[in-house]
Each structure stands twice: as structure tokens, then as C-alpha cells.
Design a protein around this ligand. Sequence first.
Ligand code: F6R
Length: 609
Amino acid sequence: MCGIVGYVGAKAPIPILVEGLKRLEYRGYDSSGVATMNGEGKVFVHKRAGRIRDLEHSMPGECPKANVGLAHTRWATHGEPNDANSHPHLSHDEKIAVVHNGIVENHSSLRTMLMGEGVAFRSDTDTEVIPHLIARFYEGDLETAVKRALHLIQGTYGIVAMHSEEPDKLVVARNGSPIVLGVGDSEMFVASDAPALVAHTKQVVYLEDGEIAVLSPEGFRTTDLSDRTIQKDVNELDWEIEEIERGDFEHFMLKEIHEQPLSIDRGLRGRAMSDFGDAKLGGLNLDRRAFFDIKRVCLIACGTSLHAAMAASYLIEELARIPCAVEIASELRYRNPIVDANTLYFAVSQSGETADTLAAMREVRRKGGIVLGVVNVVGSTIARESDGGMYIRSGPEIAVASTKAFTSQLLALTLFALKIGRMRDLSSTAGKQLIHALNELPDQITTVLDQSDSVKEIAHSILDASYVLFLGRGGNYATALEGALKLKEVSYIQCEGFAAAEMKHGPIALIGDGTPVIFLCPRDHLRDKTLSNMEEVKARKGRIIAVCNPGDERVMALADAYIEVPETHNLLTPFLTVIPLQLIAYHAALALGLDVDKPRNLAKSVTVE
Ligand code: F6R
């Protein structure tokens, strides 16, 4: 989704802003723009549809020198992606520039009102009402004018505004769209996401909904819309600059796939207790009594996080013997959910900012439910608003297509399942066996990654397919869904995932001569059932690609191609079977000449409904 960067201080703002925008490219966007002062007391704006490089290349040779600037990458919602609709937007007197993330829901009535007052609009966006409204209220103080304008706005926003008559000031506001301030040495930064700040400062302040901040080179001040002062804590970011750079990898997606041995290792460290076959999870904020009272677990998520949750639900039921439901956040939030005191809810989200997951979490909490977060981004809204939880510790995920977060989310929930299982019927022997197997995962993932070349060949063999089917059972049903999601989002090849046995209830109609069917078939208690499904595909001349364990001759005899993944604990197979599927998606997209890290129409962090 859209990205925001702002700067106030003694350095030239444009290079800082453009570099910040580049750090946010991963969020997905279709146009970009910057604004600063033009040196003659006016606002200078430059914006372009397309990539940030288009913005850079079209920039006038000599950019104005000023102490303040703001910038934006736009992911179109209202109005097509063209130059006029790009942000920043200006007030009609061209003295105020605004960038905005979110949606102004009452924009059409505000537009009608402003047009009735003689304001001429230059774009089709909902955002443009904001600078015009601020101008309407401006009487020499930007902060007051922004507050008065925001009283009229319904919807979600993260905004940054500047005024040509207050050249050392940015006014920032948040309601439903993340905003983080960066505190520098005689300079201040603002961004929608921390990666835009890491190169400059690690001292950050997370704005909450309803808060306004005024930034100047001397620092910042925060109030609410009614002018009450709010004291904010300054937090330390725990990301290193190398973590948000590609290093030697051609793409972030490939880098992040390859980081999984490390991220799994990090997720286990200090949490997996080998001696007791148990897990230590500090942040859950549940006392022993609360653990015993849990009668049901409910995992709420979207997209890849939903698939990780689905895979984890099998582990939770098996290890803890507690029923576990998995809910699509966007469905749950509007269903008037039945919330009970003995259900423990988890909001599972890499970014911690997904609008639907956040709204579902808030709805459950409003009804009295306890919601824990399973989140990657430290300090994100879900992490802050949940009743406790687990950070998945996968490190920053930059590629739009989520990869390492899947395995890290699954790991965090596996450790939760182990912990609660050990408080109930799971023996220490069974717990130790699981931890032993978990500890082996980093090396085993490396073994799978080492087969990248043969996986590449398989990926190239499906490039012309008009349809690809992914099938698995148990936890690998979730992996099949994830494999299909990954392939379609980066390669645009039509595909879907199904529970293997469901094939004959519909998708079998699509299988003909050479149709690629990717089976996840580890040597577990469901393997023989999956083998029957393979026979059914074979009988229809489908092309079987199997992910199986080494030496599984029955699978190999049926398969046209196969990828071996090491054997592991029956419940942990999705950690390994998902890796080749991530690689297939990556290599297919690359071979098709697509922009792997920034697939079309997609955004990293979906902060609108
Ligand atoms: C897929 C993908 C999305 C996200 C989904 C949820 O590769 O990245 O499906 O998984 O938008 O995002 P988070 O986990 O940030 O809540």
C-alpha cells in the first residue's frame, strides 16, 4: 500500500526523501512524488505515475534547497494511477502540500462543499480534499488548521502536511494508518514504515490513532485532536541496515527464502527447552490458571499468514488436544463473532498492520476476548494493541510475496502448541522428540535450498501451463494453498490449492493431458491416501510433480518429476515442503521476466479494507 516519508532538518531533503521512498518500494505502488519548498516561499512538487526511477529521471536538474519535505508512493484506490492523482496534493493556493495513506470516506460530500466554495480540484482522489480543507481553516498556524480539518474527515488516515509559510515544520496525524517518527540529531523524520528510517536513526516513536505530532529540527510534540498534550516513549528499532538490503541476492524474495535456516534458528533460540521438551514464551501474559481454562483456540489472519495459521491448527489440535479454528479476518470482523471467555484468540500477521486482521482483533477484544499477536514487525499496531503475544523474529520481510514469515509464524505457533500441550497430555518424551526435530529444521531447510537448480528446471516446465493444481493433506493442505498463492502472485499463472481428496469433487475436471499437478506427499500417515490421488491424476494424463521424502520409490514411480525434502517429525513436514514451492514461484516469475519483488497490483502491507 501507499508509503510516506517526511524530513525536517538542515540536510537537503530530496535525496533523503527519494532514498526513503526506495526503501518503501516493497509496499507496492503505482506512482510517486515529493514536495519541498522552492526557495521563494512556495511549495515545489514533483510527481509521476510509474516507478520511483521515473520520478528521479524526470526531476529538474537543480532541486530546491530547503529544510523540509515530504514524499509518497501511491497505490491507487480513488482515481487511476496517473501524474495528477499522485501525491503530494496541494491546496488551491498552492501553499500547503499533503501526503495521505488511507481512505477519506466522506470525500464526495466534502468535495461538493469545497467546490461550492469555489475550490477547483485537480485530481480524482479522495485525498485532495485534505489540503483544501486545511487551507480553508488556515490562519497562520498549520497545526490548528490540520486539527480543524481532521474534525471534518471520516475514514482512515496517516497524513503529513507542510505549509510554505512555516518552512521548518511538518504536521503529522494518524487514524488507522501507521505512522512512525524518527528522532535524529537536530532533525526529524517521519514514515509510514520503519525501513524508511533505519538508515538515519533507530530512535522511533509510534503514533497512535487520534494523535497529532508537530515536527521541527528541534524535536517533536504530540497532542490529540482536542489539543491535550500526549507524552510519547522513544523506542529503539532492532533492525540493522543490512537486513533491509538485498546484499548479494538478485531479489529480496530469493534472499528471504534463503534466510529461513537463520530465521528458524532465531525463532527457536531461548524458546525451545530441549531438556524439558517444553517451550518458554515470555510475552503471552497468561498465568497458569488462564492456560488451563483455554477450551478452544482461534487463529485470525489473511493471505499467507492465514495459511501458516491453518498449518499450525493441525499442530495445536494434535499436540494440545484443543479444538482450533482458523478465521479469515475480513469474514470474522463483519460476522458479529461469538466470543467466549475460554477461547484464546491469536491475530497472526507479518506486518502487524493488516487492516482486516486489526479490525477483527479489535472486534474480538471489544466483545471481551483475549487476543494475542503473532507478529513480525516490532511495535506494529497489532503488536501494541494485542493482550500479549509472540514476535516471530524472522527479521524484516521486504519482498511483497511473504516467504520466511510463513515458516516463522508456523514455528511460533508450534512452540505455543508444545507449551500448552506439555501443560496437558503431552509427555516429556513426545515434547523432546518434537524439539529435536525442530532443531534439525535449519539444516534440513538448507538441504532443500541446495536443490535450487533442479527446482528451477521444474519451475521452467510449468511456464506454459494454463492451470496448475497444488494438492496436499493435513498440514500440507495449508502448504498446497500457500504454494498456489505464491505461484499466482508472482508469476500470474492460474493455479489453485486443494485438499488432495477434494480434487475429485471438482478440480479433477480441469486435469487433462500434461496438466501440472504438484503433490505434497511426505512419508506420513496420509501418504497412501495421497498416492491414490496421484493414481487418479496419472489416469487422466496429468503431469505429476511430487514433493516427497528421499527414497520414496512409490511416489517416484508415479511422478514425472520430484523434489526430495528430508524426513522430519510427522507434524513438521510443512516447514520443509513449502520451501520448494516458494522456489518454484520465484524461478517461474524470473523466467517469465516479471518483477519478482513487486508483483502487479499487490501491496506488502494491506492497510485498507
Ligand atoms: C502473500 C502475502 C499476503 C499477506 C497478507 C497478510 O505473499 O504477502 O497474502 O500474507 O496480506 O499480511 P500480514 O501477514 O502482514 O497480515
